[in-house]
Design a protein around this ligand. Structure first.
Ligand SMILES: [Zn+2]
Length: 445
């Protein structure tokens, strides 16, 4: 076990608390004050951060600790925006940064202002030590991840590629502990689903509401969406998903091992899923068994007495690693029917870290074996998407690893975009020291 480093942990805590008190709800984001706060901190340690605005108020911050250049850079990255929080549903103010029950509360406490705070604490510490690492260490705090990355990592990687190009990137979404069949595991993210946000549109003859039409746009669209809700999309097998369940299974007792392993199978997975008691876990695992499509926005008509000429639904589509946008659209079309017109609003391909083994992957395992010897580290595939899409597109190998130790009563998946998001103060300290160990060994090795 590595020696504790209370000063480093205290620094990360203070930064995280300050960040939580800045409301960066996206939309609109307004990440600039958060980027400036971190820039001040980085300047204070002698670094020369750049604050880059992709659009008014959309602040990104990049800093580099220069090494000898013997090896290519390591990037630490976190998004600075957060999803909305309804204060009336929280026990403590979502932008208060208050400490209660041993936890630091606030929207972004685990997604992912904690990672921004840990990264800046680490890079400023190494700068103050006047260490000359073998690799440059880069920090990028980015805007707009929660709304699709366009004003953040995608913009940064396209317009300032050289500032953020790296061999390895560490960001979200992994590093937290989960419980499966009574055993604790830590996760490191090595794959994530792609995105395909679609507008589905039905058209029909407009008319007077007093004379119903069976072929009305509203009826057509409603029927199609109801079919989608009932049927879903077909199941598929995916290598990173099989890898995740296989790794979990290998650490579990023999009787349960084959069942967990079979969760990675599109044929047997769905039946085994029904044995999982927790509905949240069932939903999360089911989303790894194929492409998915969630209808989220509905739009039609303006007046109660007018049958509108069109009806629209926005659909949040997610593409399984190994599948393509075209595969997804074909499956969606089959369920919705040929009369529904589809328009792609935004799409990003799935991400897979390949091959997932690397010197950094081994280092993360090595450090975790010391820091959490009883919780095996498993490679994890994410249902959502992250800034990995942008950084891997310019050549980085991505590991989602924002370490945090959670007590069994706090589940990462419940707090991620949920009410009462918070991080245990001890868990943040543990995470900061853990990430420091990984970074030190990576830039020094
Ligand atoms: Zn996030």
């Amino acid at each position: 076990m590595a020696q504790g480093d209370p000063e480093l942990a205290e620094h990360a805590f203070r930064l995280c608390q300050q960040l939580l008190r800045i409301d960066t709800t996206n939309p609109p984001g307004n990440e600039l004050p958060a980027a400036e706060l971190l820039a001040d901190e980085l300047s204070g340690a002698g670094l020369e951060p750049l604050v880059l605005e992709s659009a008014p108020g959309r602040g990104n911050v990049v800093a580099r600790l220069c090494g000898t250049g013997e090896k290519p850079p390591l990037l630490l990255t976190a998004h600075l925006d957060v999803v909305e929080a309804d204060p009336s549903a929280w026990d403590h103010p979502p932008f208060g940064g208050e400490v209660h029950d041993g936890c630091l509360w606030g929207r972004g406490a685990i997604d992912m202002k904690n990672m921004a705070a840990m990264s800046v604490a680490i890079i400023t510490r190494l700068a103050r030590e006047r260490l000359k690492p073998k690799r440059d260490l880069i920090f990028a705090g980015v805007a707009d991840e929660e709304a699709g990355c366009r004003h953040g990592s995608l913009w940064l990687c396209e317009n300032h590629t050289d500032l953020v190009r790296s061999e390895f990137a560490i960001g979200e979404c992994g590093g937290f502990n989960i419980q499966v069949a009574g055993q604790s595991f830590f996760t490191v993210q090595v794959a994530e689903k792609g995105v395909c946000w679609v507008r589905a549109r039905a058209t029909g003859e407009p008319g007077h509401g007093s004379m119903p039409r069976e072929d009305s746009a509203v009826v057509q669209l409603s029927e199609a969406i109801a079919r989608l809700g009932k049927q879903g999309l077909p199941r598929h097998s995916s290598e990173p998903v099989r890898g995740f369940f296989g790794a979990l299974a290998s650490h579990l007792p023999a009787p349960i091992r084959p069942l967990i392993k079979m969760l990675g199978s599109p044929t047997f997975g769905p039946a085994i899923l029904n044995l999982v008691p927790d509905p949240g876990v069932r939903r999360a695992f089911r989303a790894l068994m194929g492409n998915t499509a969630s209808p989220t926005v509905l739009r039609a008509g303006n007046g109660t007495n007018v049958i509108p000429g069109f009806a629209e639904a926005e659909i949040d589509g997610r593409i399984l690693p190994g599948q393509t946008k075209d595969d997804f659209l074909r499956e969606l079309r089959e369920v919705l029917g040929a009369d529904i017109e589809l328009e792609v609003m935004h799409t990003l391909p799935p991400m897979v870290t390949e091959p997932k083994e690397s010197s950094l992957y081994s280092l993360i395992h090595e450090v975790m074996a010391e820091r959490a010897p009883d919780a095996p580290l498993v490679p994890f595939a994410l249902q959502g998407f992250t800034d990995a899409k942008a950084f891997t597109a310019i050549g980085a190998k991505w590991y989602g690893f924002a370490p945090v130790m959670l007590p069994p009563t706090l589940r990462f998946s419940d707090m991620f975009h949920g009410h009462n998001e918070r991080i245990p103060v001890d868990g943040l300290a543990w995470g900061t020291e853990t990430l420091m160990q990984v970074v030190r060994r990576c830039v020094d090795a």
